[in-house]
Design a protein around this ligand. Structure first.
Ligand SMILES: Cc1cc2nc3c(=O)[nH]c(=O)nc-3n(C[C@H](O)[C@H](O)[C@H](O)COP(=O)(O)OP(=O)(O)OC[C@H]3O[C@@H](n4cnc5c(N)ncnc54)[C@H](O)[C@@H]3O)c2cc1C
Ligand code: SF4
Length: 511
């Protein structure tokens, strides 16, 4: 009997030497395949730094595999899709068994299943161990639930994994969540001195990749000049330890704060390393818990951070697999406007959008509140087609992979799934942005003016949205208060708001 010919496929966001795909690897018989596909860089109009990050991290990982004498076929810059290359390789080498970790993109998973079927392959698709919660566990939790809410899921994760639980089985500090201590704006004078996150000078491999991306994708958005992302596990671990030592202390309190020329605030900047699997969330949480004791950090900042990893990150992944492919189609409000061109170049008069988009183009990064309450908030209020917005987010952030990007954008920012896992649309007027940032100080618009020449577009569109969806907002106790404020605006002013909003919506590119 001939022995099975096994191929292990490692995708660009599965860069872990401890991967279960390699657990039973037999170097004498098995082989590994990694593919750089031009198609992956182009199927959305990806930021140059995102392309460079993936390619550089893949090439560094390939070198680590080679150093360990793994038999690896590494295909550079293929014109074929990943599936196209894989098919060629399987046919050429008479492969009978394919091993992989479940992809973070529904589309690719389907294509792999179809290929295995077509070629009569034995496909061994293994669970991704970079999550606390398996898909099966999430499905079991979600089944028959009337409401799918982060809070209850998060508490279950805390208990199941015994994280921030005291000796009596209660949450540390007597509460599950310290939101009221977190989420403050910076002081009026500004954020003061913030320790920069740890960044890495491009080494030879990265420099070569940067040059390659600049030449191959010159018309793609974004800049490569400030490329300093961790591209190896070693660098990612350094970045993690630096974060917990120097920056975690102020993460909680200022996690929602925004300020011009302050692209990272006190955030961890670890999402790309987590998503490429250079880091495991278990070691991130262990490092945070360790730092809590070692540096006597406030429980509020520690809990606030752990909630992001153990709560949101796990929750959105569960929701993605639960709701795909429907999630990508959802358009609850039937919004149809095109994404304004300036989302791709930052050339807008709105100071908040200019700053959030500007730093996104410069670094491929914006923090959560910039994504949710600035660019996301505007996209919802401006009635932009969800699929165009989702494409932008997937293209423009270095940490964007569909399992995490889509639920955050379609589900959380745009309410495109009608509140399947959020209790209300996340909308805010210019007043919120004024409270949480200094953006409005340098803006030609006025955050408290609702209509007319100097009116803030966020504010006009916010009130217009409430007027338009008044009934929906009044039907829920969580949102009733928002429409209650409408009663303080005269009918004449409400008409003027609607008229001004119509003008804005008819030419979003002019803003
Ligand atoms: C519209 C929109 C799109 C988003 N797209 C992405 C995306 O493509 N990729 C991505 O990783 N995150 C995405 N997020 C979530 C969040 O904004 C980023 O994870 C975070 O800004 C990354 O920066 P950081 O590492 O400094 O995070 P921190 O603020 O330091 O948070 C720590 C970690 O928690 C995790 N985390 C925090 N919030 C979330 C969340 N809502 N969902 C999942 N994980 C979370 C991340 O792994 C992050 O690294 C999106 C959020 C919104 C509102
Ligand atoms: S005034 Fe409005 S548009 Fe200008 S920065 Fe403030 S919120 Fe943004």
């Amino acid at each position: 009997m001939t022995s099975p010919k096994k191929l292990v496929l490692i995708l660009g966001d599965q860069l872990d030497l401890e991967s279960t795909a390699l657990a039973d690897f037999d170097a004498a018989n098995d082989q590994i395949l990694m593919v750089e596909s031009i198609h992956e860089a182009q199927y959305v109009w990806s930021h140059q730094a995102k392309i460079a990050l993936f390619i550089s991290a893949m090439r560094h990982f390939a070198r680590a595999l080679k150093d360990l004498n793994y038999p690896l076929t590494y295909i550079r810059n293929s014109n074929l899709s990943i599936i196209g290359v894989l098919k060629e390789k399987i046919l050429e080498d008479n492969i009978t068994h394919l091993v992989c970790i479940e992809p973070g993109e529904w589309r690719l998973k389907q294509e792999l299943l179809e290929l295995a079927d077509e070629l009569h392959l034995q496909l061994d698709m293994r669970e991704d161990k970079h999550f606390f919660c398996t898909q099966k566990e999430f499905q079991e939790w979600a089944v028959n639930k009337k409401e799918l809410r982060l809070e209850y899921f998060y508490r279950l994760m805390r208990k199941t994994h015994n994280i921030l639980i005291d000796a009596d089985g209660n949450p540390e500090g007597g509460q599950w969540n310290f939101d009221q201590d977190n989420r403050k704006p910076y002081p009026k004078k500004g954020p003061g001195i913030i320790d920069d996150p740890m960044m890495f000078e491009p080494d030879e491999i990265t420099q070569e990749v940067i040059e390659f991306v600049g030449k191959t994708y010159p018309d793609h958005p974004g800049s490569l000049e400030k490329f300093r992302w961790p591209v190896t596990r070693h660098q990612a671990l350094e970045a993690l330890h630096y974060f917990v030592e120097y920056r975690l202390r102020n993460f909680g309190i200022y996690q929602d704060a925004m300020w011009t020329n302050t692209p990272y605030g006190w955030h961890s900047i670890l999402s790309s390393s987590l998503n490429l699997k250079l880091l495991n969330p278990r070691e991130v949480i262990a490092a945070v818990l360790d730092a809590w004791k070692k540096y006597s950090l406030d429980l509020s900042t520690v809990e606030g951070f752990i909630r992001q990893i153990l709560g949101w990150r796990e929750f959105v992944r569960g929701m993605y697999y639960l709701d795909m492919p429907q999630m990508a189609e959802d358009n609850y409000y039937n919004h149809q406007n095109a994404l304004p061109q300036w989302y791709w170049n930052g050339k807008t008069n709105m100071a908040c959008m200019r700053d959030a988009i500007g730093q996104t183009l410069e670094y491929g990064y914006a923090h959560h509140i910039q994504r949710l309450m600035v660019t996301g908030n505007f996209a919802l209020l401006a009635e932009i087609l969800p699929s165009e917005v989702c494409e932008w987010y997937l293209a423009i952030y270095v940490d964007a992979i569909e399992w995490v990007e889509l639920p955050n954008t379609a589900g959380m920012a745009l309410f495109a799934n009608g509140g399947r896992f959020t209790s209300k649309p996340y909308i805010a007027s210019g007043a919120y942005i004024k409270r949480m940032s200094n953006y409005c100080d340098s803006c030609q618009y006025k955050p408290d003016v609702r209509f007319g020449e100097s009116a803030c577009p966020m504010t006009t569109l916010y009130w217009n949205f409430l007027i338009k969806h008044r009934e929906q907002f009044e039907s829920s106790p969580r949102t009733r208060l928002m429409t209650a404020n409408l009663k303080r605006i005269s009918d004449t002013d409400q008409k003027a708001i609607v008229q001004h909003a119509r003008r804005i919506l008819s030419d979003l590119n002019a803003l």
